[in-house]
Design a protein around this ligand. Structure first.
Ligand code: HEC
Ligand code: HEC
Ligand code: HEC
Ligand code: HEC
Ligand code: HEC
Length: 325
């Protein structure tokens, strides 16, 4: 836990000159509870964690570093004390030289000024969680790489800010900075409701509807997907699978260049409309069929064939059995 930036914090408290790495040291020393939550979050490890480092080695662009290591000059590729801060206190709270916060707690005794912005728990996330592909200038129209904010605007839960769901009150009643919802199996399971029916001997229809979630499922990075599958109960090797995600292929642009472009998006929509998935499999009338829906984190797509993706984590959201006809 005493990683490099913390060493910097100690240096600051001892009055040693402040390298860029210690930009958060003062915030951390006065806000220890928030800092402890943040230091266990994905924001803290946005640059150093292995999934990002693997992707970044394949595509080592300054564009990536501007969001994953906003405290470091984006021309530097290496892990430095500043990039190891990931998305820091200042990355979120310091806007135009002022500390900005939501309207939640209005503390009279802060030793620094706090500008209150009622939209901070939503718009404060937008500059990183909604953005276009860097080559959008070569396309007929810009293409979103992540569209969580647009999806949220179309969601049944648009009245709830991002922070309302992702920063619930901690034990002290303060907005939690551990951003743990997305790693909480129960919250992930509540994000989709699934119904399954057997249409005939070899056809199963699964209906997925978004639940307690404020955007499409999955949202965010392109390395997430839902695996929807079914198989005869005694012959799992005969499984049929589909992957719900944004699907890409080479498309010739008006400029004549072929680029990876979105072909279709079959994620579970945010607006509460059902996503129906029909799976055909070779099963007899006398066979029981098992079905499942899994949330998967992909380490690397490797190709356009979804079966070849390297999956580095998954969670079963729902599963069941359909009896013989
Ligand atoms: C010398 C101690 C000190 C330092 C340094 C400090 N803070 Fe604070 N800050 C406080 C205190 C005390 C409060 C008011 C009580 C509270 O909310 O914790 C406060 C309030 C806040 C709030 C408002 C909380 C609310 O009511 O919504 C935010 C946001 C905040 N600080 C962020 C920061 C950030 C970011 C930094 C670093 C750039 C920082 N603080 C540096 C002591 C400090
Ligand atoms: C990913 C963005 C993000 C990061 C990183 C972040 N904060 Fe926050 N913080 C927020 C948001 C958004 C709120 C307001 C939540 C709300 O309105 O419900 C907040 C609220 C706070 C509050 C008030 C909490 C309360 O409920 O009284 C303090 C204090 C604070 N932050 C300090 C910090 C410090 C210190 C760090 C670094 C250790 C930090 N924040 C890192 C986004 C962030
Ligand atoms: C300065 C840019 C920045 C801001 C501002 C920001 N984020 Fe993030 N956020 C990131 C990056 C980068 C990651 C990816 C971290 C990683 O590599 O795992 C991330 C990851 C996340 C995750 C995923 C956690 C997981 O389980 O993988 C959630 C949820 C999230 N952010 C929510 C928010 C919310 C809500 C806000 C606004 C209160 C916000 N973020 C503000 C950059 C930002
Ligand atoms: C009604 C509650 C709710 C609201 C509002 C909400 N989210 Fe989420 N979010 C969830 C749940 C539940 C998940 C987990 C299921 C999923 O991945 O879609 C999630 C997943 C995510 C993820 C994916 C992280 C990962 O790696 O799996 C990101 C990023 C994210 N949210 C960001 C945001 C941002 C940014 C906003 C505001 C524009 C927002 N969320 C609004 C509930 C919410
Ligand atoms: C405008 C900000 C932004 C830019 C630019 C950006 N990212 Fe991200 N990235 C994010 C956010 C926000 C998330 C979190 C969403 C989520 O968890 O689904 C994320 C998530 C990721 C993840 C998933 C991390 C995990 O733990 O699963 C990888 C890998 C990643 N980004 C790689 C890259 C690479 C490589 C580039 C450059 C080609 C890049 N990003 C450019 C904001 C950005």
């Amino acid at each position: 836990m005493f990683g490099i930036p913390w060493a910097g914090a100690i240096a600051l408290l001892c009055g040693v000159a402040t390298p860029q790495s210690t930009t958060d040291a003062a915030c951390v020393s006065c806000h220890p509870t928030v800092a402890a939550e943040w230091s266990a979050s994905q924001h803290r490890t946005a640059f150093t964690e292995s999934t990002f480092q693997t992707a970044h080695r394949l595509e080592p662009r300054a564009f990536c570093r501007a969001c994953h290591a906003p405290e470091q000059n984006p021309s530097t590729r290496e892990i430095t004390p500043a990039s190891a801060l990931g998305v820091s206190c200042r990355s979120c709270h310091l806007i135009d030289g002022e500390i900005v916060s939501g309207e939640g707690t209005v503390s009279a005794d802060a030793p620094h000024s706090v500008r209150r912005d009622p939209d901070f728990g939503g718009l404060g996330c937008a500059r990183c969680h909604q953005f276009d592909f860097p080559d959008s200038g070569l396309r007929a129209a810009p293409l979103a790489m992540q569209s969580t904010v647009d999806e949220h605007a179309a969601s049944r839960h648009r009245g709830r800010s991002c922070a309302e769901c992702h920063m619930p009150a901690d034990a002290a009643g303060r907005a939690s900075h551990s951003f743990a919802v997305t790693r909480d199996p129960e919250a992930l399971r509540r994000s989709v409701r699934v119904r399954a029916r057997r249409v005939d001997e070899g056809q199963v229809v699964l209906t997925l509807v978004a639940g307690e979630v404020g955007h499409a499922v999955p949202t965010g990075d392109l390395l997430r997907r839902l695996e929807v599958g079914a198989a005869p109960a005694r012959r799992p090797e005969m499984a049929t699978r589909r992957y719900l995600a944004r699907h890409f292929g080479q498309v010739r642009q008006p400029t004549g260049i072929a680029l990876l472009d979105e072909l279709y998006d079959d994620r579970v929509p945010a607006d509460g409309q059902p996503r129906e998935v029909s799976l055909k499999l070779e099963a007899g009338r006398d066979e029981t069929i098992v079905w499942w829906v899994r949330y998967q984190r992909v380490a690397h797509h490797r190709s356009l064939d979804p079966e070849r993706a390297l999956v580095d984590g998954e969670l079963e959201l729902a599963s069941g059995r359909l009896l013989p006809l």
